[in-house]
Design a protein around this ligand. Structure first.
Ligand SMILES: C[S@@+](CC[C@H](N)C(=O)[O-])C[C@H]1O[C@@H](n2cnc3c(N)ncnc32)[C@H](O)[C@@H]1O
Length: 234
């Protein structure tokens, strides 16, 4: 079984190169590691975005485009943004949505351009969630929704041990098909990720209201959402 580091910090450049390297196997391994559940969670994220028919949604850190696909299925128009050229190349082949090469922490879009902004499985990869949430809130119109789906850890101590064991097994299996160190990092970033209430607090600090938290698979994944408050008059 692969050992998983408890604490991991790597630079944005290393993250980008890592995703360039694993892009070819990313979808297969996502399905393997989540036991096929990640698509269902992404559909729930797209539903929570509550984009009106024909409305415009942003898939932040879109990768190969699963969230964009789920948003398109719901009748939204979608723009994808990511900083890995290889992930974008894969995504462009899979989803009929424009991709923009850009940084999630400095989104290349004007204020209030989107009805909703969604990010999946990338909160762990950005160097500042505060900056990310404030950028997502900035590009969403007042009344629009910011949604974040992320891996997490069960609260129950027994389940936590089982979850850690499972991550070790999944990381070892992933290492057989792809870059072993990348998957050790990804598993480690789940173990060191803050609990849901802290992420919810960060969303509120970014100015979002009605912040909600919903757990999947006994806490192995969490869906966060918040609403950008209507603009104050005058
Ligand atoms: C784990 S993948 C998630 C992809 C997709 N959202 C999904 O759920 O399948 C993380 C993605 O975030 C991208 N990414 C990480 N940090 C980023 C940043 N600061 N700006 C833009 N993209 C970033 C990576 O290139 C990668 O495609």
């Amino acid at each position: 079984m692969a050992s998983i580091p408890d604490e991991v910090t790597i630079s944005p450049g290393q993250i980008r190169r890592m995703f360039d390297d694993i892009a070819g196997r990313y979808d297969l391994l996502n399905t393997l590691i989540s036991l096929g559940l990640h698509k269902r969670w992404k559909r729930a994220a797209a539903q929570r975005a509550a984009v009106p028919p024909g409305g415009l949604a942003l898939d932040v850190c879109a990768g190969t485009g699963d969230v964009a696909a789920a948003l398109l299925e719901r009748g939204a128009r979608v723009v994808c943004v990511d900083f890995s050229r290889e992930m974008i190349a894969r995504g462009r082949r899979r989803v009929r949505a424009p991709y923009v090469l850009g940084d999630a922490l400095l989104l290349p879009f004007p204020d209030a351009a989107f009805d909703a902004a969604v990010i999946a499985f990338s909160l762990r990869n950005v160097s500042s969630r505060a900056k990310l949430f404030s950028e997502m809130a900035r590009v969403v119109r007042p009344g629009g929704v910011v949604v974040a789906l992320e891996a997490s850890r069960p609260r129950n101590p027994v389940l936590r041990i089982a979850h850690r064991f499972y991550l070790g097994l999944a990381t070892a299996a992933a290492g057989l098909f792809s870059q072993r160190d990348a998957y050790r990092y990804l598993a480690g970033s789940i173990l060191s990720f803050p609990p849901p209430e802290e992420v919810a607090r960060e969303m509120r600090e970014a100015g979002l209201t009605e912040v909600g938290v919903r757990s999947f698979a006994l806490g192995a994944a969490v869906l966060y959402s918040g609403v950008k408050p209507p603009a104050a008059d005058g």
